[in-house]
Every structure is written in structure tokens, then in C-alpha cells.
Design a protein around this ligand. Structure first.
Ligand code: P6P
Length: 332
């Protein structure tokens, strides 16, 4: 059992390595951790409180908003309200960015987040997550217009996720490797579990909703058929793991290797997942861990966004597995 290093101690130690650091990034990470603890508490009691089920409203994506989706969104907002480091919040649950106007001076950062990923798992006690992405704003003070927010994934200052499973994990990177923390609910602290996490160059797991097989272009179908052909020399057939929660499925791939796909469909070439607060932060993490995040045709981190809630196909995981998937997809 290694000495317990709290998230706070770890972040302050990392901050000390950067003399020019002002502590603003550290405070953002600690507020995200606070939001994660509050959401974990709500999820652990959701069946007992009137938090199960939908609000009856639909979000910007046209998806039914679960009560816990909205509560998680409000939890993130409350964690940053009157913040003088984050100026703008962009959420899957809000059509427009929310500018923090209660701070003494405007913050320098924008926080993109999916407050509760995998909502369909709420009612069946299966894993859920929160995903976040932090960008530095070009200018402070002026009202932030949308074009200031449309930055590539490569420009992220930091990214990460919270995974609400049998334990609560916080995984993040600020460009110097990927670090994992686990919440000790007895003391309410995230403790360091692993630093500089590396994803295996190739795995033996694949994660995809096979119910969509008939919707995929031929190259994607041929890739999935290839993964299922027996061939001991290449570790095939791969094993299938799919939870319906992007964070849970990508976390497994980060630790064990393999590939997650939510690919382009013939009638939906843009796929389902969102670029700014799902594909880009997760691709930032996987690339930091030696893996790769792609649409199947180009690196996620190089995409120049055109809209805040833009969707992209996502093929992410072990570098060799993603490259092989790209070869099949591009020779369709
Ligand atoms: P499907 C959850 O709604 C989500 O956004 C991701 O967490 C998950 O990977 C995906 O959608 C599941 O989508 O179409 O397989 O139910």
C-alpha cells in the first residue's frame, strides 16, 4: 500500500514544478473533484430519492433529460458559480454557453463538460461518468463569443473524466501524462492510484454497439468481422465489452488495451458522440497515454470545430488497433 497521496497534494506538487503557474488550473481541478463527489453521492442514493426517471424535457440533442442529468449539470454550475478562474461553461445539457458574471474579475478558462454520461444506466444501477475539457480563453474581459470557443482538441489545457462505478475514479491529464485517483468515501478524498498510465499498444477487447451493424459502411462491418475471426497469432477473436457508458468503456480500454468504436453510419456520417466534451477530451487522454483517437479518417485532436455541440465518429484506444481500424474504414 503506497503512501496515500491526495489529489490536492498531487496537484500542488505538479503546480510547484511550473514556476509560472498561478494556481488557477489547480483550483479548477479541485472544483471538478468536488462536483464529482457530489454527483457520486447523488447517484448512490438516486433510487431512494425522487431522482430516478426523466424531467420530461429534451436537451439540445433532442434526448430526454433524466432528473439526474439536470441535477449533475446544476452541480457543475454551482461548483463554478462566482468562480474567477472559469469564465464560461459549455454543457451537453445547455444549448448556449453559460457565462459566469458573478466573479470579481472574469476567468481565463472555458470548461466544457458532459455532466452525466450514460444516463440510460441510471435506472439499472450500471456505471456512469462525467467528462470535462478545459481550454484557455484567448482574451479576458470581453464577452466570449462562440468562435473563441471553437478550439481544436490539441489546444486543450487539460481533460479528464469521473467514472461512477463500484468505486469512483477521477482520471485526468494536463499534458504531462495520465493520472488516476480513486475516491475514499470514508475520508472524502481522491487518493492517487496510478500516475503516467500507459495504454497497451494493442489489446484484445473491442467495445461497440453491435445492434448498429447494419447501419455501418462496409469497411466498418469488415473490421468488426475481422476482429471476430479466430486467429491465435493475432490474438483474435477479441472479446466484446459494451456498457452503454462511454466513460466506463473507454476507461477499460485505457487500462487493458483494445478499441472502442462509435463509428460513422451510412445515414449518420457524423456519428453520435460530441466532439468538444466527449471525443476530444477522451482522445487527449488516450494520446497522452500512448494511444490514439480518430474519426476513422482523421485524428480527433486535429479537427477544427464548426459548432459547440458538433458530433463526430469516434474510434479510440490502442494505437495499433485504431490504425488497423482506420485501414479497414478507409478502404471501404
Ligand atoms: P447507444 C450515452 O448516451 C452515450 O452518449 C455514451 O455514453 C455511450 O457510449 C453511447 O451514448 C451509447 O449509445 O446508441 O449504444 O445506446
Amino acid at each position: 500500500m503506497h503512501a496515500a497521496l491526495t489529489l490536492t497534494q498531487f496537484i500542488l506538487r505538479e503546480e510547484a514544478l511550473h514556476p509560472q503557474a498561478t494556481g488557477e488550473f489547480s483550483s479548477i481541478m479541485l472544483q471538478i473533484a468536488l462536483a464529482g463527489k457530489c454527483i457520486a453521492r447523488d447517484l448512490s442514493r438516486s433510487g431512494l430519492l425522487d431522482l430516478i426517471g426523466s424531467t420530461g424535457a429534451r436537451n439540445v440533442q433532442g434526448e430526454e433529460v433524466q432528473k439526474l442529468d439536470e441535477r449533475a449539470n446544476q452541480t457543475f454550475i454551482a461548483a463554478f458559480d462566482s468562480s474567477n478562474v472559469v469564465r464560461t461553461l459549455i454543457s451537453e445539457e445547455m444549448e448556449k454557453p453559460l457565462t459566469i458574471t458573478t466573479a470579481k474579475q472574469p476567468g481565463k478558462y472555458a470548461l466544457f463538460f458532459d455532466p452525466l454520461d450514460g444516463s440510460s444506466n441510471i435506472d439499472v444501477n450500471a456505471p456512469l461518468g462525467s467528462i470535462f475539457s478545459i481550454h484557455r480563453l484567448a482574451s479576458s474581459g470581453e464577452p466570449v463569443n462562440e468562435s473563441d470557443l471553437l478550439k481544436t482538441g490539441a489546444e486543450q489545457v487539460a481533460a479528464g473524466y469521473l467514472l461512477y462505478g463500484p468505486s469512483v475514479s477521477l482520471v485526468y491529464s494536463c499534458g504531462s501524462g495520465v493520472h488516476q485517483f480513486i475516491l475514499d468515501p470514508g475520508i472524502g478524498e481522491f487518493l492517487l492510484a496510478a500516475q503516467h498510465v500507459r495504454v497497451p499498444a494493442r489489446g484484445s477487447l473491442y467495445s461497440v454497439n453491435e445492434g448498429n451493424y447494419h447501419k455501418w459502411p462496409s469497411g466498418t462491418r469488415r473490421y468488426l468481422d475481422f476482429l471476430k475471426e479466430p486467429d491465435a497469432a493475432s490474438g483474435r477473436p477479441y472479446s466484446s465489452r459494451y456498457s452503454g457508458c462511454l466513460v466506463a468503456d473507454v476507461h477499460r480500454i485505457l487500462l487493458k488495451g483494445g478499441i472502442f468504436l462509435y463509428p460513422a453510419e451510412t445515414k449518420k456520417p457524423e456519428g453520435k458522440l460530441r466532439l468538444m466534451y466527449e471525443a476530444a477530451p477522451l482522445s487527449f487522454l488516450l494520446e497522452q497515454a500512448g494511444g490514439r483517437g480518430s474519426t476513422g479518417r482523421e485524428p480527433i485532436l486535429r479537427i477544427q470545430p464548426k459548432a459547440l455541440h458538433q458530433r463526430v465518429p469516434l474510434i479510440i484506444g490502442s494505437r495499433e488497433d485504431v490504425r488497423q481500424a482506420e485501414e479497414f474504414i478507409q478502404t471501404a
